[in-house]
Design a protein around this ligand. Structure first.
Ligand SMILES: [Zn+2]
Ligand SMILES: [Zn+2]
Length: 134
């Protein structure tokens, strides 16, 4: 699978946690992370963003400037969501398939499961775009 941001190679990485294995796709070039919605049911207490998201924050800031990316699963344009608490940060989400985070962004979600992070981002999007249905 290709990275939606930089077209680099997304490499599958498996992390063993107390709740089971989770597979994420991480870009070899920009260190962005793609989270599949289907993989998002696991994880909370033993979820360590540090081990997953160990990319360079400055790299993440550069790639955060890249907007209008397509979902790597369905090739549809992804929805962009501004974090109301950190307005410089933009998340990209495909409500059907998952979400993409730039390097360093996931550390803000270390207290949440991936599922909760996904729901949280989706929630932000809905508040932003109340007329958009999906
Ligand atoms: Zn990339
Ligand atoms: Zn999609």
């Amino acid at each position: 699978m290709k990275c939606p941001k930089c077209n680099g190679e997304l490499a599958e990485q498996t992390f063993l946690t107390q709740s089971g294995e989770i597979v994420i796709d991480k870009c070899k070039r920009c260190a962005g992370i793609w989270f599949d919605k289907g993989e998002a049911e696991l994880l909370r207490d033993d979820w360590t963003s540090v081990s997953v998201d160990d990319g360079d924050q400055f790299l993440g800031m550069i790639y955060n400037e890249i907007r209008n990316i397509d979902c790597p699963r369905c090739q549809q344009p992804m929805k962009s969501i501004n974090d109301p608490k950190q307005t410089h940060i933009l998340y990209e989400i495909c409500p059907e398939h998952g979400f993409f985070m730039d390097s360093g962004e996931f550390s803000d979600f270390r207290k949440l499961s991936v599922k909760e992070a996904f729901d949280y981002i989706l929630d932000m999007y809905r508040k932003d775009h109340p007329d958009d249905t999906f």
